[in-house]
Design a protein around this ligand. Structure first.
Ligand SMILES: C[S@@+](CC[C@H](N)C(=O)[O-])C[C@H]1O[C@@H](n2cnc3c(N)ncnc32)[C@H](O)[C@@H]1O
Length: 226
């Protein structure tokens, strides 16, 4: 797992850059609108600088907990939170969530699932802390790999966010659609809706030597715990 990539410096740059990096927000919040989030308890898994956690609270959630493995991200999230009540942040690893079983009605997670080497492990944790019938709403990258290059699954792939001098590169793992589907069915999680969405601001950096062998897609999903 490559979370070391979010060094303190990268976390700061990511957060500054984040406001211009919102192409997926409409699709994501169209999915949120399908679910009644008023008075629900929500976890923002891999919350980064906390912008979505705060927004979900404004939309009427009862409580929102944000977790992220990066201490710097959580420090920034606390700065952003200021006096917003009903939102809290924790440094934690998505593979071992610091919450009891069945704590949340909804888990929200934007661009995080592709950081976990073992997809089933993180979906098992998601399933554990969700209440029965609870939802996972999120986006993540899946990558088509040319036949013969399957060894690339779960290797690091540099994604360039933004364009020009201010752009930054973050690593993420190459995930197959099959791996995601298997992890979901192993953990009694069912996709209710999925949509492939455009994200022209996040492209595979051509420095990746297998650039021409892979194609990244962004999925926006609504998943329910059975
Ligand atoms: C692309 S950023 C997305 C941040 C935020 N969701 C957003 O959309 O602004 C990915 C985030 O996942 C976090 N992350 C990566 N691996 C993690 C793990 N094992 N547990 C918790 N957070 C993790 C990173 O530190 C980073 O903040």
């Amino acid at each position: 797992m490559n979370t070391a990539e979010y060094s303190s410096e990268l976390a700061t740059k990511y957060s500054c850059f984040r406001k211009d990096f919102n192409e997926t927000d409409n699709d994501l919040f169209n999915v949120v609108a399908l679910i009644a989030i008023k008075d629900r308890d929500i976890l923002d898994l891999g919350c980064g600088d906390g912008r979505y956690a705060m927004h979900l609270k404004e939309l009427g959630a009862r409580s929102v907990e944000g977790i992220d493995i990066s201490e710097k991200m959580i420090e920034i999230a606390f700065q952003n939170k200021e006096k917003t009540s009903g939102v809290d942040f924790h440094v934690a690893d998505g593979r071992k969530l610091p919450f009891k079983d069945h704590t949340f009605d909804i888990i929200f997670s934007n661009f995080v699932i592709h950081y976990f080497e073992n997809t089933s492990e993180v979906f098992k944790e998601i399933g554990r802390v969700l209440r029965p019938g609870g939802y996972f709403i999120g986006t993540f990258n899946v990558t088509d790999v040319s036949p013969g290059f399957e060894r690339l699954y779960n290797t690091n792939m540099p994604i360039r966010l933004g364009k020009g001098d201010s752009s930054i590169v973050v690593q993420n793992l190459i995930k197959s659609r099959d791996e995601i589907s298997r992890a979901l069915s192993e953990n009694n999680l069912m996709i209710l809706s999925e949509k492939e969405i455009e994200h022209p601001n996040a492209v595979i950096d051509p420095s990746f030597k297998d650039y021409l062998r892979v194609k990244k897609h962004v999925m926006c999903v609504l998943i329910q715990k059975q």
